[in-house]
Design a protein. Structure first.
Lengths: 426, 315
């Protein structure tokens, strides 16, 4: 870690803007930002961007419990290759992340893999069952800053009110998977004219929007910080936009797939397109993109959800929802968002770092003293997604065969290369 | 034609070709020995993940009359070993040497998934709420036979009941429209799909309003679980609003015909004994099932052979 690394010839992009400069790191921190830096291990990064390492608010790393799909090590490797230096691990593991023992295990496995910082989220309710609060204070004392039952929305209004009141006292963020379960029983795809013809049970937008609305009002009532996971509908964006205009303490994320793929994909009957919330209409996609550009949506989050081959090779009604995201997020985002690089770095790094409560060490502007968690990517390099080149243990990416623009060259985690020239270093 | 998975995939010309071919099969079925060697050496597997005695027997009889070998894999989804993926099941059976899979599954899309995993032809015998193309062929053929018309221009098909959950309705809307019929859907809004604005149909919530201009009245089965799911308050109310009783039957024009895909729910959608109605085609639908499925299997598996291959087997 004591090796000096100099990233030479890149554009430095952080939340404040961009400028041309070399960046030197040593002892786990940025030590110099300036012209013609030398010494140590010099990487030529002409034409590239150097930015604070990406932070994913939403990764299913599957360990413990479903190591056939992904492990913390393989998920960390996929993350590092995607330019990430921190991943918030979703709590729907087996056992779930509702005890200090599991939280410590997840964090420790992340440390062992050593490729990114694995940041465990905690369950809001015991076992994600939506019936009783998880020991939130105990989990917060163990370092958990963000709580969610992701995969399930907390259905009970009183319990959610209590979670937010209790969470406010702990200074943590409550992240909701917005889905009124009674409205989505058996649902496979967006409720739309397409699902009418395909005869697939529909997941109506209102099932998301009702819960977004409820939690905005609960945030108003309790003063707790509410974060909305994987927003997928135009109305949800409007609700969050209005709440932010009022100054309510809410934030929101969107996935690369909800920004890029629409409901008509399901007409192929390929289970790779089954995801929760479902792929929506072109109208929703346009509203989500606009929400990112005007700052209503704070973060791009992958909802990286690996599944083994055999689970996705079931009928549509039985196959589990979810798709990979870590290794393709940058390329998809650059392709679909008409955003400048500063905005891109905000939604992929500084904003999610703040929401996850890790902005002391991730998403920091690049200046001497900042922790050396950086990504170097070539925003114009194109590459074709091939499943065999993925570091994830699973292969369920909907972007197979697509040509993406924007490729990660190097990722620097804690002052050392986790990825160099596109290759994971461990 | 490699597969028969949906009416849209089949297209107008394919639809007409299969209906024409069905006439030949009806002739074969009238012979003292209703069996031809056309598919000798071919293997047809029924892969039924959902119970269906009638459709399965109809396909198996069709295959046997064409001298194909048949295998049956019949399993309710709940008892499928959770460890085995759909793909593994299909590949295992495919390895035994199969020319066609006849597939029924409670999930939409399974016939398409299966055709990715095997070189055999795939016949959709019903996937979820999506498609049941051979039933639509049966229904079109039955109307053709009854009315002596090859095109249905100027005719109104009224489909009554649980459109939302009905693969029969989806296939028939496509098939009858292709042949020129006007299609009217009659159901409470809770039993209609979320958005039918792009379908070539007219929608009515009141059966009494459309009976007088109906030429083909198609009653769908209402499953009792629709009540517990809140689609209708109770079966009695449904029967009163959408069931076919004697006064409603009397409102139909005298030439109108009655159809039902079976099995019928007497006392729910059918409050009158259809056998007492002069123009019920319900028995013809069942009778034509075998001939239609023979036409489908022949078309998929006999390759370039013409209908001349339907000569009786040499003794």
């Amino acid at each position: 870690m004591s090796t000096r690394i100099v990233v030479r010839g890149a554009r430095v992009v952080d939340s404040r803007g961009e400028r041309a400069a070399d960046v030197a790191v040593e002892h786990g921190a940025v030590v110099e930002v300036g012209a013609r830096l030398s010494g140590g291990d010099i990487v030529d990064a002409a034409g590239c961007v150097v930015a604070p390492g990406f932070v994913d608010l939403h990764a299913h790393l599957r360990e413990p419990g479903k190591e056939e799909a992904e492990t913390i090590e393989t998920g960390s490797r996929a993350g590092a290759k995607g330019g990430y230096t921190a991943l918030v691990a979703m709590p729907n593991t087996d056992p779930p992340q509702d005890s200090v023992a599991v939280i410590d295990f997840v964090r420790e496995q992340g440390r062992r893999a050593g490729l990114v910082e694995v940041v465990p989220s905690g369950c809001i309710t015991l076992g994600r069952q939506g019936e009783a609060l998880a020991p939130m204070a105990e989990l917060a004392a163990a370092g958990v800053r963000i709580f969610t039952d992701d995969g399930n929305g907390v259905q009970d209004e009183l319990l959610m009110r209590r979670a937010m009141e209790y969470g406010r006292g702990l200074g943590v963020t409550l992240a909701q998977h917005c889905e009124v379960a009674a409205l989505t029983k058996g649902a496979v795809m967006n409720e739309c004219s397409c699902c009418t013809t395909l005869g697939l049970p529909g997941w109506p937008s209102i099932a998301e929007e009702l819960m977004v609305f409820r939690d905005i009002e609960l945030a108003r009532l309790t003063g707790a910080r509410a974060h909305f996971l994987h927003l997928s509908t135009a109305r949800s964006v409007e609700l969050v936009r209005a709440a932010k205009r009022e100054g309510l303490p809410v934030s929101a994320e969107v996935t690369p797939h909800h920004l890029s793929l629409d409901e008509t994909r399901l007409a192929t009957f390929d289970t790779v397109y089954k995801v929760n919330p479902p792929l929506r209409s072109p109208h929703d996609i346009a509203a989500l993109r606009a929400g990112v550009l005007d700052g209503t949506i704070d973060a791009l989050a992958t909802d990286h959800a690996p599944h083994p081959r055999r689970d996705k090779e079931l009928a549509l009604d039985q196959a589990p929802p979810g798709m990979l995201g870590l290794e393709t997020a940058l390329g998809v985002a650059l392709g679909v968002l008409d955003a400048d690089l500063t905005r891109l770095v905000r939604i992929m790094s500084s904003n999610p770092a703040r929401i996850a409560g890790i902005d002391d060490r991730h998403g920091r502007d690049i200046e001497p003293g900042a922790p050396a968690n950086l990504v170097v990517f070539d925003p114009s390099a194109t590459w074709q997604v091939s499943p065999d080149s993925l570091a994830s243990k699973s292969r369920n990416t909907p972007f197979v065969g697509m040509t993406l623009r924007g490729r990660v060259r190097h990722t620097i985690f804690n002052g050392a290369f986790s990825v160099r020239d596109g290759e994971a270093q461990r | 034609m490699k597969h028969l998975r949906s009416i849209d995939e089949l297209g107008h010309d394919g639809l007409v070709r299969l209906l024409d071919l069905t006439h030949h099969m009806v002739e074969v079925n009238r012979r003292p020995v209703p069996k031809v060697p056309a598919l000798r050496g071919r293997t047809v597997v029924s892969l039924f993940f959902e119970d269906s005695t009638r459709t399965r027997l109809s396909f198996e009889t069709a295959a046997k009359r064409l001298s194909a070998d048949t295998m049956t894999f019949s399993v309710s989804t709940s008892s499928v070993n959770k460890g085995e993926s759909l793909r593994d099941t299909v590949e295992t059976i495919s390895d035994m040497g199969v020319d066609a899979f006849v597939v029924r599954h409670k999930s939409t899309g399974v016939p398409w998934q299966i055709s990715e995993w095997t070189n055999a032809s795939v016949v959709n015998a019903g996937d979820g709420w999506h498609q049941h193309p051979t039933q639509a062929l049966v229904d079109c053929f039955t109307v053709r036979e009854a009315l002596g018309k090859e095109r249905f221009d100027g005719l109104t098909l009224t489909i009554v009941g649980d459109i939302m959950h009905s693969r029969v309705a989806r296939s028939n809307i496509a098939a009858f429209s292709m042949l020129g019929a006007r299609v009217v859907l009659v159901a409470p809004p809770t039993l209609l799909p979320p958005d039918v604005s792009h379908w070539p149909v007219e929608v009515s919530y009141r059966l009494d309003d459309v009976l007088a201009r109906t030429d083909i009245l198609y009653m769908l089965r209402l499953q009792s679980e629709r009540m517990s799911q809140g689609h209708v308050p109770n079966l009695r109310e449904y029967a009163e609003t959408y069931g076919l009783d004697a006064p409603r039957a009397a409102k139909l024009p005298p030439h109108a015909v009655l159809m039902h895909p079976g099995p019928m729910n007497r006392g729910v959608e059918m409050l009158v004994d259809p056998s007492l109605l002069p123009n019920s085609l319900i028995h013809r639908q069942v009778a034509n099932g075998v001939a239609v499925r023979m036409a489908v299997l022949f078309d998929l598996l006999a390759g370039e052979s013409s209908a001349a291959n339907l000569a009786p087997a040499a003794p």
